[in-house]
Design a protein around this ligand. Structure first.
Ligand code: FAD
Ligand code: 2HG
Ligand code: ZN
Length: 471
């Protein structure tokens, strides 16, 4: 059966775009953090929407599962096949055309396989701004961003991926095409199918194109790194900065001392901008479309007041684009540093912002009591209430003993998150990483409706089975 199917697929996309050898598949079958490894019958690389539709029709008829994949940078194992060798990876990377920029409507229409950084560049060249920004932007695709409803560093001001999308084109499991590629800011004609596909992690359909919102280009920017005594001071500083800078506050990233220690140790060319390492650090950015706005002076004033009030202990304001980049490298290098340092148990949680301090104190005490000696790597998008509450092994532990703690640690952290009415996946999605935990934290009615939707959209369960929902 597989030979016939592979022949049909080669007939659709061209034999050179059906990869069956292990070496050719390697980059597609392992995830970015190297936590998951699967096997695939083939990696299929269609070149346009109609080829995607024909591939899905064949796979649906043959009852073969399809794993949509963009840049393969996801953090929840959502784009990795299982180890049966019977699943097909559908790689969208060849759908990489930027179709149109509309400077009046402020929109850009793109194929789903476009690399995020290329969309940012196209917008910039047109005198506009596409605000989604995250560490993997040089290799992740807009289809993956949409499928995971990605967040990143500018959600505070511009919203997450859902808020940046206007229209979608989606191929359904049976090969039908839903043309929702509209550039409308208003449309009240019933259920919002677009919002169903965004964040559905490749389980309801394959996104092939999107219309995205553009914003005015920020021509003034000020970037600062601030030293603080801890998370409570960081929250106080957030409130102070927000009330003074208003919607010019674009990013507010938090990290603890351990995170920066790890970056300085593992990421070449990084340096601490303070004389000594503070317990907590914030990286913030103000921006404005008005080139005349003196954001550095504004930031300097707010920082002086915060230092005088004992909220911040030290601060540096970037004096050039290069210096700003170096400060961002310290923040963006945390994921890379974790991979180099060994195994990490991750939590990507959202909490009501006002309760973050209490959550951190309670959770740290509970982990220290139950699993003494672990290394806390707590960082994230504090302005959105989104923490990456990550842990690494205690010095005397080996990797396997540490990894065996995954279940109990997840349970401990997520039960507290549940009590605070938070979420166990703020921006990375559920994938296979959180699939079995989800029913514990989501109301049964919500789980049932999600299963019902899955059955409606994908009756033979060929689209990314075993991700997000138990199949
Ligand atoms: P993939 O990894 O290929 O796929 C992710 C999921 O989307 C899978 O379930 C896959 O099946 C599905 N999918 C992919 N393409 C399609 C499609 N066209 N149609 C339907 N389903 C599809 N995320 C954040 O939200 N914020 C961050 O700040 C952030 N920082 C990161 C930093 C680093 C260094 C890395 C490695 C990752 C980071 N991420 C972050 C994770 C983030 O989810 C991804 O980087 C990105 O959104 C995924 O895009 P991708 O194209 O790589 O998707
Ligand atoms: C980030 O904010 C990413 O840098 C990755 O979402 C988080 O490595 C992580 O856990
Ligand atoms: Zn993040």
């Amino acid at each position: 059966m597989s030979d016939g199917l592979l022949r049909d697929l080669a007939g659709i996309v061209g034999a050179g775009y059906v990869i069956t050898d292990a070496a050719g598949q390697e980059a597609y079958v392992v995830d970015w953090i190297k936590k998951y490894r699967g096997r695939a019958m083939a990696v299929v690389r269609p070149g346009n929407r109609d080829e995607v539709a024909a591939v899905l029709r064949c796979c649906n008829d043959a009852g073969v599962s399809v794993i949509p994949q963009g840049g393969n940078t996801g953090m929840a194992g959502g784009a990795t096949p299982d180890d049966s060798g019977r699943q097909m990876i559908l790689s969208l990377g060849r759908l990489n055309r930027i179709h149109e920029i509309d400077p009046v409507g402020n929109t850009i229409t793109v194929d789903a396989g476009c690399i995020l950084a290329n969309i940012q560049t196209a917008a910039r060249e047109a005198g506009r701004f596409f605000p989604l920004s995250l560490g993997a932007e040089g290799s992740c695709t807009i289809g993956g961003n949409l499928a995971t409803n990605a967040g990143g560093i500018a959600v505070l001001r511009y919203g997450n991926m859902r808020e940046l999308a206007l229209g979608l084109e989606v191929v359904l499991a049976d090969g039908r095409i839903w043309d929702g590629l509209q550039a409308l800011r208003k449309d009240n004609t019933g259920y919002d199918l677009r919002d169903l596909f965004i964040g559905s992690e490749g389980t309801l359909g394959v996104i092939t194109a999107a219309v995205l919102k553009l914003h005015p280009a920020p021509t003034a920017r000020a970037t600062a790194m601030i030293a603080l005594s801890g998370e409570q001071a960081a929250l106080e500083f957030l409130v102070r900065l927000g009330s003074r800078a208003g919607d010019r506050l674009t990013a507010f990233e938090f990290m603890t001392r351990n995170c920066l220690d790890l970056v300085l140790q593992h990421v070449a060319g990084t340096a601490l901008p303070f004389k000594t390492m503070p317990p907590a650090i914030v990286l913030t950015e103000l921006s404005d479309a008005d080139a005349e706005a003196d954001l550095s002076a504004l930031l300097e004033g707010i920082l002086s007041e915060a230092i005088a009030a004992g909220i911040a202990t030290d601060a540096v304001i970037a004096q050039s684009g290069e210096q700003a980049k170096a400060l961002w490298r310290l923040r963006e290098g945390i994921s890379e540093a974790q991979v180099r340092a060994g195994k990490t148990i991750k939590h990507d949680i959202a909490l009501p912002i006002g309760r973050l301090g209490a959550f951190m104190r309670e959770t740290e005490a509970a982990i220290e009591a139950a699993f003494p000696g672990l290394r806390f790597l707590v960082f994230g998008h504090l302005g959105d209430g989104n923490l990456h509450y990550n842990l690494q092994r205690a010095p005397q532990m080996n990797d396997d003993d540490f990894y065996a703690l995954t279940g109990p640690l997840n349970r401990l952290v997520h039960d507290i998150v549940g009590r605070y009415r938070g979420s166990i996946s703020a921006e990375h999605g559920v994938g296979q990483l959180r699939r079995d935990e989800l029913p514990r934290y989501k109301p049964p009615v919500a789980m049932q409706l999600m299963h019902d939707l899955k059955t409606l959209f994908d009756p033979h369960s060929i689209l990314n089975p075993g991700k997000l929902l138990q199949s």
